[in-house]
Design a protein around this ligand. Structure first.
Ligand code: 3H9
Length: 678
């Protein structure tokens, strides 16, 4: 097998090139090739400097994650990096694309780093439940200081080449398209000089002089790190870089890395990494499915959902025509969109010019005829089948024959909606999650007649607008809301039996969700879909609305809210619930948190199993992708299906049986075989 590493002589400089598509992951053959090439450069008396660069879309994007959990094959990455750093001939990393994880550690082991202006550098290992394991936590703080290293190592977000230059991670920015030549010239300029080694740097002393930076960091980012093991380990490793000599710090890093690698959080997060990518692939789609051009998008409805949906396309530079029935609603909707953009600009997420560019791509209209030249139209109107059918029939008349027509429905039957058109093959669901300009998930609902090219186009488009897409077949609520309804059903029953609603919320918070079902109701507004007749009270929710308890916006819903939106359980709500329970004849009892957790989560797993069995989802990982990105399921447990496999499907079945809840044949069979969801 040919090595992915080749060398090219440029006079007295040896250029070491990696060609290991798609992302130059540092698998065994790359590590072995790098070790050989460095040895070659050191042995050759005519070579006075070396440059390491990559072909293809990116510099090394990290260790090869597919090797994790398997028997290690030498040489190890830390050993290769020590060999690079030990060289007394200068070694320069020439970076383009993304130098991530082990890739960034390669760059840190080189004596100098030069990058294309568009490059990004980072240590995203925490996003895989890990910390850097090739001395990144030890070299980086010694090079840039503990304060600058902490966010990189413990939060895992990459930084731009410019920022990397500012903190001292880079030595030079290359010209726009002259990275190779600039790196060569840079390497030549360092010949004969003593080589600087990151492992010998002293910038880490900032953490020794001012240990408070670690506590401040923890305090500032505690919320984002809640429930995750890796960020704490990352902080410990950076701290060790200040407290210990390099070799000992490396040993400490290795212990922490090894502990995380064998833990369930990292397994879960690595599962998620591959699940997200697998979800983009549709098994029965011809590889050559032609993509349809989407140059212009129409959105029906300028309310919260329609506006949010439109913003996704505007932000990606795709013009949008947005339609409303009344001028006032149209004006209100576009004003909200502008305000949202301006709020992003205030937070430094975009420039004022970008706000103007995005808004300039928006055409508000009251006329269906203005949608004639759209390639895709998404409706986000009231959830009512007859209304949706009328909208689709109208769209079928006014749009060009090639246009794709999509519904943002969260549970209605896409196949029935498609019957209102003459083009059922071009109809599908694009289910965005609120707030649609923020939430990552896009559930792409494939109707019985949705054409392959239409589906492939939707998947590609999802990526373009920065969404994580997963395909669902047609069923009430699709993947996400179908499972949610099981959880909500149990939540409602639990509070009738005597469980307190704050315990129900707290159980999910403790599990790692950002909020529980009753908090979620308060946030969304309890009056959504309310009939607005305070004399007609048949549910707890209706009783709360009748009492003016509409949720957070009213200062009271299930909870009472203070001015800082802190919640306190309400005596009034407690009495309302007790009254309902008494009228329905429910005996009250103490319900423990274990029971609450099992009854909320196990029925979801059972429903997920049915969704798999019915082939509504292609694979268990797709269900995990939906729940992590659309509903805040904690990523460090891998999603409902992965989590169920980790705790054991037999445990789930036994729990469901114990609580007298239904168990599908599919789940029982899988559990009986001692199986997982794969
Ligand atoms: C690490 O480095 C640990 C060290 O500190 C310690 C070692 C001792 N390995 O995302 P894409 C595959 S931990 C294997 O669609 P993009 C990916 O599965 C690592 N495979 O492309 C996909 O395969 P397929 C730290 C990888 O352009 C294909 O490449 N590094 C790896 O949207 C294309 O990927 C990271 O965490 C990998 N490391 O984004 C970086 N990376 O086509 C992880 C990708 O079969 N990677 N693949 O589905 C990324 O963030 C993105 O892939 C990247 C490109 C931004 C690079």
């Amino acid at each position: 097998m040919t090595s992915p590493i080749r060398t090219e002589r440029e006079g007295n400089v040896l250029v070491i090139v990696s060609d290991n598509p798609p992302v130059n992951a540092l698998g065994q053959s790359v590590r072995a090739g790098l070790a050989d090439a460095i040895a070659q450069g050191l042995a050759d008396a005519d070579i006075e400097a070396m440059v390491i660069r990559c072909d293809g879309q990116t510099f090394f994007a990290g260790a090869d994650i597919t090797e994790f959990g398997k028997t290690p094959q030498g040489p190890s990455l830390p050993a290769v990096l020590d060999q690079i750093e030990a060289s007394d001939k200068p070694v320069v990393a020439a970076i383009h694309g993304t130098a991530l994880g082990g890739g960034c550690e390669v760059a840190l082991a080189c004596h100098y780093r030069i990058a294309a202006p568009t490059a990004k550098l980072g240590l995203p290992e925490v996003k895989l439940g890990l910390i850097p394991g090739a001395a990144g936590t030890q070299r980086l703080p010694r090079l840039v200081g503990a304060k600058a290293a902490l966010p990189l190592v413990a939060l895992g977000n990459p930084i731009s080449a410019r920022e990397a230059l500012d903190i001292g991670l880079l030595d030079q920015l290359a010209g726009g398209d002259s990275l190779a030549a600039d790196a060569l010239a840079f390497a030549r300029s360092k010949i004969g000089l003593p080589v600087p080694r990151a492992s010998e740097g002293t910038a880490n002393h900032d953490g020794v002089r001012d240990p408070a930076i670690f506590d401040e960091f923890r305090a500032k980012h505690g919320r984002a790190m809640r429930g995750f093991d890796a960020p704490n380990a990352a902080i410990s490793a950076v701290r060790a870089a200040g407290e210990m000599p390099f070799a000992e710090g490396v040993k400490r890093e290795r212990e922490l890395f090894a502990g995380l690698m064998t833990g369930t959080q990292s397994k879960a997060m690595r599962h998620y990494f591959f699940a997200e990518r697998a979800a983009q692939k549709i098994a029965d789609l011809p590889a050559n499915a032609q993509l349809l051009p989407i140059a212009k998008v129409g959105v029906i409805g300028a309310g919260t959902m329609g506006g949010g949906i439109a913003m996704n396309f505007l932000s990606a530079g795709i013009p949008v025509t947005i339609l409303e029935m009344q001028q006032e609603a149209l004006d209100r909707g576009t004003a909200v969109m502008r305000r949202n953009y301006e709020a992003s600009a205030k937070r430094g997420r975009m420039s004022d010019a970008q706000v103007d560019t995005a808004m300039s791509l928006l055409t508000p209209t009251l006329e269906y005829g203005d949608l004639a030249n759209c390639d895709l139209v998404i409706e986000a109107v009231y959830e009512n089948m007859e209304v949706k059918k009328q909208v689709f029939a109208r769209l079928d008349e006014v749009t060009k024959p090639s246009a794709i027509l999509a519904s943002n429905t969260s549970y209605l039957n896409i196949d029935e909606i498609a019957t209102a058109t003459q083009r059922p093959g071009q109809v599908l669901g694009l289910h965005f999650f609120s707030p649609a300009n923020v939430m990552k998930l896009l559930e792409v609902v494939r109707g019985a007649q949705t054409r392959s090219d239409v589906l492939a186009t939707a998947m590609k488009l999802a990526r373009k607008i920065g969404k994580v897409a997963a395909v669902s077949g047609v069923c009430p609520g699709f993947i996400g809301n179908r499972m949610l309804s099981k959880r909500q059903g149990q939540a409602n029953k639990l509070i009738m039996e005597g469980a307190s609603y704050w315990d129900v919320d707290d159980v999910l918070l403790e599990f790692g969700f950002p909020m529980g079902p009753f908090q979620m109701g308060d946030l969304a507004g309890l009056d959504i879909g309310w009939h607005r007749d305070p004399t007609k009270v048949t549910t707890v929710r209706e009783a709360l609305c009748a009492a003016g308890r509409f949720g957070q916006k009213a200062g009271k819903g299930f909870y009472d809210y203070d001015s800082a939106r802190q919640r306190t359980p309400s005596d009034e709500v407690r009495a309302i619930i007790a009254d309902f329970a008494a009228k329905a004849g429910h005996a009250q009892r103490e319900v423990g948190k274990d029971e609450i957790r099992e009854r909320l989560l196990y029925p979801m797993v059972n429903e997920g199993a049915m969704i798999l069995d019915e082939k509504i989802a292609q694979r268990a990982g797709d269900i995990d992708v939906v729940w992590i990105n659309g509903y805040g399921w904690p990523i460090h447990t891998g999603g409902p299906m992965f989590w169920a496999s980790t705790i054991g499907l037999d445990t789930v079945v036994a729990g469901l049986d114990k609580h007298g809840l239904p168990v599908s044949n599919y789940l029982r069979e899988r559990a009986g075989e001692g199986g997982t969801f794969g």
